[in-house]
Write a protein of this length. Structure first.
Length: 229
């Protein structure tokens, strides 16, 4: 049975090599995670040069790392290179679609399109996301960016849809809508939106103070005012 010895020895060496490869792979993954976190820390500190260096290191190992692509998009926005930012962010969004983090990527991509003065591309992107998802966050994003490009009629519709799909116990969409109406000088609808927020939670000082500043008497009877526009 001595003929088995060389094969057994070779097998043992092969198994050993596989174990080493697995170990190196694990260490490599941990290293990528560390480098990615370092890039994130650099972005938070405003150290964009280091952030770019670290992001490049991650993408050299894994070109499909969605978070590194997202960070690259943020870096390109900071560098005033919105077209390049959009390329990275589109790839990141495609890789992370359906996950909660996709909202942050979509926000950044909308910003990249806005900074390119690509009104049509921005409209199409925002409409596609609301059409495909019907999620409150997508309608809110649409409303905010339509406001920024001056499409106030479209923004009104988007805000109403955001309110419709948002959790009914959250004042956020009503306050955002109030900010919008105030920005275009529509006092009546500003009051109506803040009143809707008051009905949800009458104990938020900033809402009460804004209503008082608009001449509204805050109290139990306020709940009887008309619905949000």
């Amino acid at each position: 049975m001595s003929w088995m010895t060389p094969l057994s020895s070779w097998s043992a060496r092969w198994v050993g090599l596989l174990l080493v490869a697995c170990l190196l792979s694990t260490v490599g993954c941990e290293s990528v995670g560390f480098v990615r976190r370092d890039a994130e820390d650099a972005i938070e500190r405003g150290d964009w040069q280091r952030a770019e260096m670290r992001v490049n290191e991650v993408l050299a190992i894994d070109p499909s790392d969605w978070k590194a692509l997202y960070y690259r998009g943020l870096i390109r926005l900071e560098q005033k290179r919105p077209a390049d930012a959009a390329i990275a962010l589109e790839r990141s969004l495609a890789l992370r679609e359906g996950y909660p983090e996709a909202d942050d990527v979509a926000d950044a991509l909308a910003e990249a399109l806005y900074r390119q003065d690509d009104a049509k591309g921005l409209h199409d992107f925002l409409s596609r996301r609301t059409r495909e998802s019907g999620r409150a966050a997508d309608f809110m994003r649409q409303a905010k960016f339509l406001t920024r490009i001056g499409d106030h009629d479209g923004a009104k519709v988007a805000y109403r849809k955001a309110v419709h799909f948002w959790p009914s116990n959250d004042v956020t969409p009503h306050v955002e809508m109030a900010d919008f109406y105030e920005s275009i000088g529509d006092k009546k609808n500003t009051i109506a939106a803040l009143t809707a927020a008051y009905r949800i939670n009458p104990n938020i000082p900033r809402i009460n103070n804004r209503l008082r500043a608009l001449g509204v008497i805050v109290g139990p009877t306020l709940a009887q005012t008309p619905e949000t526009p």
